[in-house]
Design a protein around this ligand. Structure first.
Ligand code: GLU
Length: 457
């Protein structure tokens, strides 16, 4: 069987790290099995869906390294859903309902007070043609429910009806169709809820594996019944645990701070995000993985925990530093060039500074410090200034390399008697203007003797 997966976001906002988890689980699954990946926008909700969100989601996925083989929009596929509706109506599996939300709520409370499960009681199945005509005459429009196969002969006598599947993530799962309400597939205004279009598309696109959040487990029970009602075999399902913020609350497309776009703008590497999004709440330790291909080999969907997984945005920065500190020059070079960091010295510069960076863009500050002038974040005391002036007079002759610092500071120690921090710090501050940063031993060959002497206080 060719593996075909899909990531099906509704374009009602930017995707966040939790959505990225779903997108990446599917992508890694496809990578592992040489499968196809479809990006499908669930944009049947015309009010809330926006083309600019769809574009932003596609761009975010691309930045993460997900490369869909195909992109589809449900809003362009209504004819297929209409045909499925006709088929279900003809089979007597889709029925018109006229209740208002208030009526439904009242009935739900009544059922609860009678200790009955709060599911829809199929009252609309008892409506006569005359009742329906009466509602229509009042201007009421029907919404349409799918009749779940959870009874023998009388739909008002439901019986326990177990749907089972072998979940790619959670193992064997069971949903009792008598414990859920007949799902509404079409709203009063004729628009589709996500349930039916999703099934129709999964059939039509040959989706073999539906990997999504575990908030869809109950839907899966109903959707498997719809697959069967449409004469199709249901795909395999996998439901992964959801990520929650550090305080345990769920993520939402409206919580902008954790959107992929905001995380990217803050300077995070895509693989820092992908590593955390995939490895959180799994069996593998969370570490910075350098590519999605490698991450695919670490990805064990069946080992993911079943409960919600907290993730801490601070971990993203630890992963980011690990990625930057180990990033080879070849990999960094195009992005450094975009920051104006190029030329003969750029490789030595990168190797000198990368260990001190939280994010790649910070290299620009150090480039300015090395190629132009120190930025004066720290100042020298009068006494340290005197000391530094004396020390600069002892700078060794060229050629300079990474041993020059040691030779110089030995000489300074001999001449001045200063050592340790009292000696290093004033020199560091004089050269870079900062009291923290890359090893001075690596900066000296970049500055050269004249460049260093120019910083004599
Ligand atoms: N649009 C749905 C969601 O974002 C898709 C669920 C699915 O993958 O079937 O939750």
């Amino acid at each position: 069987m060719t593996v075909t997966v899909r990531f099906a976001p509704s374009p009602t906002g930017r995707i966040h790290i939790g959505n990225a988890r779903t997108a990446l689980f599917n992508w890694l699954y496809a990578l592992r099995h040489g499968g196809r990946y479809i990006l499908r926008f669930d944009d049947t909700d015309r009010e809330r869906s926006r083309p600019e969100y769809a574009e932003a989601i596609a761009a975010d996925l691309k930045w993460l390294g997900v490369q869909p083989h195909d992109t589809a929009y449900q809003s362009r596929r209504f004819a297929l859903y209409d045909a499925a509706v006709d088929k279900l109506k003809q089979a007597g599996l889709l029925y018109a309902c006229y209740e208002t939300p208030e009526e439904l709520e009242r009935r739900r409370k009544l059922r609860l007070s009678r200790r009955l499960p709060p599911v829809y009681g199929r009252e609309a199945l008892r409506l006569s043609d005359a009742d329906k005509a009466g509602f229509e005459a009042e201007g009421r429009k029907p919404h349409w429910r799918f009749l779940l196969p959870n009874f023998d002969a009388d739909p008002h006598q439901t019986r326990r009806t177990e749907i089972h599947w072998e979940d790619v993530v959670r193992g064997r799962q069971t949903v009792d169709l008598a414990s859920i309400s007949d799902p509404v597939l079409v709203r009063e205004d004729g628009t589709y809820l996500y349930t039916l279009p999703s099934v129709v598309d999964d059939i039509e696109m040959g989706v073999s594996h539906v990997i999504r959040g575990d908030d869809h487990i109950t839907n899966t029970g109903a959707q498997i019944a719809i697959f069967e009602a449409l004469g199709a075999e249901a795909p395999c399902f996998g439901h992964h645990n959801l990520l929650t913020a550090a305080d345990g609350t769920g993520l939402s497309k409206r919580s902008g701070a954790l959107s992929i776009g905001a995380l990217r703008d803050s300077g995070l590497e895509p693989m820092a995000i992908a590593s955390l999004a995939v490895l959180t709440g799994g069996s593998e330790s969370i570490e910075a993985v350098t590519s999605l291909d490698v991450l695919a080999t670490r990805f064990e969907p069946a080992q993911a925990s079943k409960s919600a997984a907290r993730f801490d945005p601070a971990d993203l920065w630890a992963l980011n530093r690990t990625l930057i500190h180990a990033m080879p020059f070849d990999r960094a070079a195009p992005r450094l060039a975009a920051l104006g960091i190029e030329g003969e010295q750029s490789e030595a510069f990168w190797l000198a500074v990368r260990d001190n960076l939280d994010k790649l863009a910070d290299a620009a500050d150090w480039w300015r410090i090395v190629t132009q002038a120190p930025d004066r974040e720290s100042e020298l005391s009068e006494e340290d200034r005197e000391f530094a002036r004396e020390a600069f007079a002892l700078l060794p002759p060229e050629p300079w390399d990474e041993t020059t610092w040691k030779a110089w500071t030995e000489a300074v120690k001999q001449a001045t008697g200063r050592k340790g921090r009292a000696m290093f710090m004033p020199l560091r501050v004089a050269i870079t203007g900062r009291d923290k940063g890359p090893e001075i031993a690596n900066l000296l060959p970049l500055l050269g003797r004249a460049g260093t002497l120019a910083r004599r206080p």
